[in-house]
Design a protein around this ligand. Structure first.
Ligand code: FE2
Length: 354
């Protein structure tokens, strides 16, 4: 069976068709094994900056080069593309992505992370000044700056929430990709460091309207969002329990249950995210979730890596592929190495056939 196209109207900003009478649940994708193979690569949190973490620039370029040398039909970056929310750093990110031919809606999708909007403390001394600095950040200006900086990547997207850019919907090969903004404005009570996540009511309303329409039937729905789905308070804290408690309360995504109910109604199979700097694939409520935030930094396994979501022969699977290239470190260019003993090149996560 051929895959029906998503109807993308000529005008970008449309109100969702909430009046549409349709089944409560979108039927699962009905792709055949003869549909052509398609490969999505997912990375996150490169934290590009002219001033800090210059080693990330080299890591990021090495990673992009390696990804594009292998099969990559579409690249998704789930936020914290820059570290400072500085326009110069956006320009730098644009420059790099452009050099690799990625400033194109067909080749790249991005969603914002908290560092793209608020920046963050980068030196020990910033920890004291950042809570004061963040109050002066113009949230809406920076969100618009993010959209403008990567404007070409939004070409072909259908914006589901009127003049709000999120959520947006893109048809990518056999997939329907929902791009979400999990970065809420600053709040003294619920988002004092800008690191907590949530979806605003516009996004919930738009997802609900989409769940009641046939718009993504016959495709494999996936979502891209910055925040993770762990409850860090439930996890064992190794080390400083006070710090763990602070981290758990300032790095969390609110309304996860409500989100999962909607994801279920939309038949979402995969969620791609970042935020906690490590790569991992895990399950929540029957949905496979992949974190790509250890692609260029901080992951305990200090090698460049990415997640690959592959559709082939009527089956879908996601895996983390690790390159034989260590993270670059400040001022030092590390030689290429073989993998340390005991590390496999990929952690394969086979999934049931569709
Ligand atoms: Fe990050």
């Amino acid at each position: 069976m051929s895959i029906p196209d998503i109807v993308v109207p000529a005008q970008r900003n449309l109100q969702p068709q909430a009046h549409f009478q349709a089944p409560r649940r979108i039927p699962p994708a009905s792709l055949s094994s003869s549909s052509p193979p398609f490969s999505i690569v997912h990375i996150s949190d490169p934290h590009l900056s002219r001033r800090y973490y210059r080693e990330h620039l080299k890591s990021f370029k090495l990673l992009l080069r390696s990804i594009l040398e292998r099969r990559c039909d579409h690249l998704i970056i789930t936020g914290d593309i820059v570290s400072t929310a500085d326009p110069d750093d956006y320009f730098l990110a644009r420059e790099i992505l452009s050099r690799f031919g990625l400033l194109d809606g067909k080749r790249l999708t991005v969603v914002p992370g908290n560092h793209d909007i608020f920046g963050g403390p980068h030196r020990a001394v910033d920890v004291l000044s950042f809570p004061r600095h963040i109050r002066s950040v113009d949230y809406h200006r920076n969100l618009a700056l993010f959209r403008e900086a990567f404007s070409e990547t939004f070409d072909g997207a259908l914006f589901l929430s009127g003049d709000n850019s999120y959520p947006f919907l893109k048809r990518i090969g056999p997939f329907s990709l929902l791009g979400l903004n999990s970065i809420p404005p600053w709040s003294l009570w619920s988002n004092i460091l800008g690191t907590n996540g949530s979806l605003d009511e516009h996004q919930f309303d738009s997802l609900r309207a989409l769940a009641g329409s046939p718009g993504i039937a016959g495709t494999i729905p996936i979502a891209a969002i910055h925040h993770h789905f762990h409850d860090m308070l439930d996890q064992d804290s190794c080390g400083n329990s006070l710090w763990h408690s602070i981290e758990a309360r300032t790095m969390k995504l609110r309304n996860r249950r409500r989100m999962f109910r909607l994801f279920g109604a939309l038949n979402i199979r995969f969620v791609l995210h970042g935020h906690i700097h490590r790569n991992e694939v895990y399950e929540r409520s029957g949905i496979t979730i992949a974190n790509g935030a250890g692609s260029v930094c901080d992951d305990p396994t200090r090698y460049l890596k990415y997640n690959r979501l592959t559709y082939a022969g009527g089956k879908c699977e996601i895996e983390t592929e690790m390159l034989p290239i260590p993270f670059q470190t400040a001022g030092v260019t590390l030689p290429l190495k073989r993998f340390p003993a005991g590390l496999s090149q990929s952690r394969l996560s086979p999934l049931p056939a569709l």
